[in-house]
Design a protein around this ligand. Sequence first.
Ligand SMILES: Cc1cc2nc3c(=O)[nH]c(=O)nc-3n(C[C@H](O)[C@H](O)[C@H](O)COP(=O)(O)O)c2cc1C
Length: 433
Amino acid sequence: MAYPYRHPKEVRLLSEHFGDPHARRLEGWRERGGYRALEKALQMGPDAVIEEVKTSGLRGRGGAGFPAGVKWSFMPREPVKPQYLVCNADESEPGTFKDRELLRWTPHQVIEGCIIAAYGIRAKQAYIYCRGEFFETTRVLARAVEEAYEAGYLGKNVVGSGADVDLTVHVGAGAYICGEETGLMNSLEGRRGQPRVKPPFPAAHGVFGMPTTVNNVETLSAVPHIVLNGGSWYRQWGTEKSPGTKLFCVSGHVRRPGNYELPLGFDFRELIYDVCGGIPGDRALKAVIPGGSSVPILTAREIGCGLDYESVAKAGSMLGCGSVIVMDETTCIVKQVRRMVQFYAHESCGQCTPCREGTAWMTNVLRRIEDGRGREEDLDALLEVSEQVTGTTICVLSDSAAAPVVSSIKKFRDEYLAHIRRGECLAAAAAAA
Ligand SMILES: Cc1cc2nc3c(=O)[nH]c(=O)nc-3n(C[C@H](O)[C@H](O)[C@H](O)COP(=O)(O)O)c2cc1C
């Protein structure tokens, strides 16, 4: 099967050229319409660029869904000191694998988005902060940046416009916490990647203490399309409050896992059963995590909704970065939750006591339950500790660890009790059947 598998229901704006090696090089990208949006943006002027992105309603794809144009408008319009744009390419959330594909197949799309955004917010320096393990991606990206400099899209006087934009690819060391925007900024400055207290927010005091905007790779990749075709054009997809298309990373128990670009609001069940071909062996669906490991788990009955920010929130979870993890009846929820919390314990930067101690403690208790050595009181203790680590720390890493614990104990209590009372795993029976 050619890479990538394409489904007729997809709307491929950002992912149209995945799998096409010619699109990676500047000439190939230009032949496919690349850098026309940049030329248009430079004619429009920075304020009009911000307005167009505001009109599109584009929301940040890094997890929180904050409107990109509104974020850009927080930046000083008459800079008195240097301003920065940072493209967040740290992508480490379990279940998420879209940004690496955007960078790997369409590096010039990301670079063009960065230049337009930097121009809009009056930043002369942009950074792409890349996750340390992205070896091939970093190589492809560095070559594309070189090409963009040679063609005059980067550097002094970008294509004769009078605007200057430099772009530096910065490779991190592979820490999940460096995806959190203030941890990222510390790491970029050469400090330990520990989040900073907010306020002050990055638009006032960011990288090197200067006004900074941080945006996700997917957010910035949408920008050239919006500038070229208009904000209203982008709104033909998605819902009123969640416009446009979104890359959904689907993993777990589906026949065709992968990245699928679909209009926001797309039917959740249709994604699993049609686009992804359903569950192998036609086994029953047990649970789904809709937005990466840091959001509450939904049961099979709770996914009768659209995949947009509002509908998923109404169903009791979060769209997050659109990373859909599908679990069938053979999945042990206790084990899955323990593995996720263990990940957060490992990635905690250790700065805040509730996070450092709480995530490690929760991992130990979950492991005890999983191994059949748990006590019924452990469940209440887990819920209490989850409450203690939520909203009490500098960043939301520990909130993320608590979300699957709380939702799974509420929704799959019988599975926990079977482990505790009888040392029995209900999923093992389903797997053996
Ligand atoms: C622990 C943690 C990890 C994060 N990791 C990422 C990441 O890998 N990539 C990303 O774009 N955003 C990540 N975020 C969100 C960023 O802090 C920030 O909100 C985002 O980059 C803003 O971009 P957007 O407005 O385009 O979504 C993370 C947040 C937290 C709390």
